[in-house]
Design a protein around this ligand. Sequence first.
Ligand SMILES: [Zn+2]
Length: 298
Amino acid sequence: MDQKFNYTLKIKDKITYINIIGIIDEDNNLEEIGERVGTGTVLLNLSNVERINSCGVRDWVNWLTKIESKGAKVVLLECSPAIVAQINLVSNFISKSLIQSFYAPYYCANCDKEKVLLIESSTMKNVETPSAPISRCDDCDGVMEFDDMEESYFAFLQNSNLGPLPEGLPEGWEEMLNVESTLTSDKKVKTRERTIRSKNSQPSLMSSLPGSLPSSSLPSLPSSSLPSLPGTRDSKSGTFSSLPSFPSQDHAMGQKNGSGKENSSSTQGKQQTLLLGMVSLLFLVVIIILVVVLFKLM
Ligand SMILES: [Zn+2]
């Protein structure tokens, strides 16, 4: 899925159509795009931006302010979740541009599938506490869960310019922009299989490997020690794999210590009785010698 920075740019009737694809990092061509952007309406399709790093953010913000100062009126369409995250994080990320639509991520635990739903931002304008619209799974038709924190994901709606598309766009503008979906239908979704880092894969790994002893010793946890884990079960993959090893180690250590103590105390006891026996035997021998010596002296 990951793809380095790529773009398409078309200009027709004073409207600039830009489609940015892949990763925005230090190897971007934003400057090149900026040189070609004219004044007037700039439609920017961001649905295929997978990722953006700190260098990318810096270049992006500089680029956007620059083309705006040249007279470009930028409209952002289909902002990907990666873009939404940056809009929420970086206060001037979108500068003066207008957000026309954005994607929201969903997840079906039943099918282990994720999906992004396209939302027209004007439908969430002036909503006090925006919440994720209900989205149903394409496969099982169950209600999908929103795959982020609603409050933080939709926070940008409060202080961004949200709006409809500029009026008077020529017919066929969608093709110029390579937008995958028009906003006139309800089927504004892109689906993709969830990757391996899914929430379900770790616990299933745990149950599928009982008894075996990999170095992490995670799956070898006996059921008795599981009650100490529930907090980590729901946490995301990164912390998950590291956390349970602590209780398991503790457990192993505890077991070792316990049995060790038992062992040493029992051997100590044996040693003590042995020592006691030897001492009393020695004592007896000494007494016998003393008696013999005394007897000879007499
Ligand atoms: Zn489903």
